[in-house]
Design a protein around this ligand. Structure first.
Ligand SMILES: [Zn+2]
Length: 354
């Protein structure tokens, strides 16, 4: 299974793509997708991508969210609950057209992730790398980080044959610590060797992160920066200044990953709309992606969706939210269908095509 490549899209996949297009309000599937697809991977042949259930080709990713999570606690009862919840929510999203998610939470339960992928038919790409470093990881060297990632890529994650398809790295805040810098240098080296995209947790300082990656030889066109729209990470810049700051990052070829749709406590809706509209108008709709960063924890034995308690739309912000709510919202903000298709299909595909 692991070494086999999944077959070409089935009728069911084609029909879920039509469902997404229905949400887009496109008059016909044919009018929208073919015009944008060839440009997506710059005419490169499709790349093989490892997922939890075997390899797919990058042109089979379809509607994709490149920043999601499937958190699975180790406690057996809680794990069961989380598994059932993840399966349920992913199935709903799949019905609407979601075909692939990138799980950018370094997991301790890759077997559980495979179970979710098998039960839903959604392609789940796993990651290697690190979230915000813990205190005892602050002394790690470039070689330490490289060794960990190289092992997972070459040997599989947790004794399985499941290989990661993306590298996750994070910084907590500015200034970037020496260990965080080591992590980014290691990620750049691993990327050069294995050709995997790099996903960063940025909030603050994505340009600073990009400088480290660039100096270490990363291919910036295969790097994407997350949470860059969170206002508390702007270091005092106005939204207009922030747009210029972000433009400098996309000018170097990197991609911005937005996830605060409906999470208006972290970014005002008018600011998020302005950032996306302005960068689209300046010609960078091939450098943005839409995600929801869906995750949860367990509280008193119950699922607690992150930010679910602080937003009007909180508990509705699940895997299907981008298709159900973000697509119509983007259209209301004047973003053309063609750009929305890029955010949700072409740009993810390009990030994963080498
Ligand atoms: Zn995340």
């Amino acid at each position: 299974m692991q070494n086999s490549v999944q077959s070409r899209p089935t009728n069911r996949e084609a029909s879920s793509r039509r469902t997404f297009l229905k949400w887009l309000g496109a008059s016909s599937a044919i009018s929208l997708l073919p015009t944008s697809t060839p440009q997506a991977s710059s005419g490169k042949p499709p790349t093989r991508i490892p997922t939890a259930t075997g390899e797919i080709f990058s042109d089979q990713m379809g509607i994709t969210s490149v920043h999601e999570h499937i958190p699975l606690p180790s406690n057996p009862a809680q794990r069961e609950k989380s598994l059932a919840f993840a399966i349920d929510e992913l199935k709903k999203a799949k019905t609407l057209g979601l075909q692939t998610i990138i799980d950018v939470g370094p997991t301790e339960d890759v077997v559980g992730i495979r179970e979710v992928a098998q039960a839903t038919g959604v392609n789940v790409v796993c990651c290697t790398g690190f979230y915000v470093l813990k205190d005892d990881q602050q002394s790690m060297t470039v070689e330490d980080f490289e060794t960990h990632m190289r092992r997972q890529i070459e040997e599989g994650i947790q004794g399985t044959q499941i290989r990661p398809g993306v590298i996750k790295v994070a910084t907590r805040r500015l200034p970037i610590t020496p260990a965080e810098k080591n992590l980014f240098i290691a990620a750049a080296r691993i990327q050069q060797r294995y050709h995997l995209p790099i996903c960063t947790h940025a909030v603050s300082g994505c340009a600073e992160q990009q400088r480290i990656l660039e100096a270490a030889g990363a291919d910036l066109t295969h790097c994407y920066f997350s949470h860059i729209e969170a206002t508390f990470g702007w270091e005092g810049r106005s939204v207009e200044q922030e747009i210029d700051y972000l433009q400098a990052v996309v000018e170097k070829g990197s991609t911005l990953s937005f996830n605060n749709f409906g999470n208006w406590n972290h970014t005002k809706p008018e600011d998020l709309a302005l950032i996306i509209r302005e960068l689209t108008n300046r010609g960078y709709d091939d450098r943005m992606v839409v995600t929801i960063d869906f995750t949860w924890s367990m509280e008193n034995g119950n699922i607690k969706i992150l930010w679910g308690d602080t937003n009007a739309d909180g508990n509705d912000r699940t895997y299907s939210y981008p298709i159900r709510k973000v697509v119509p919202w983007l259209k209301e903000q004047g973003i053309p269908n063609r750009s929305i298709t890029r955010f949700m299909k072409d740009n993810p595909e390009r990030l994963f095509t080498w």
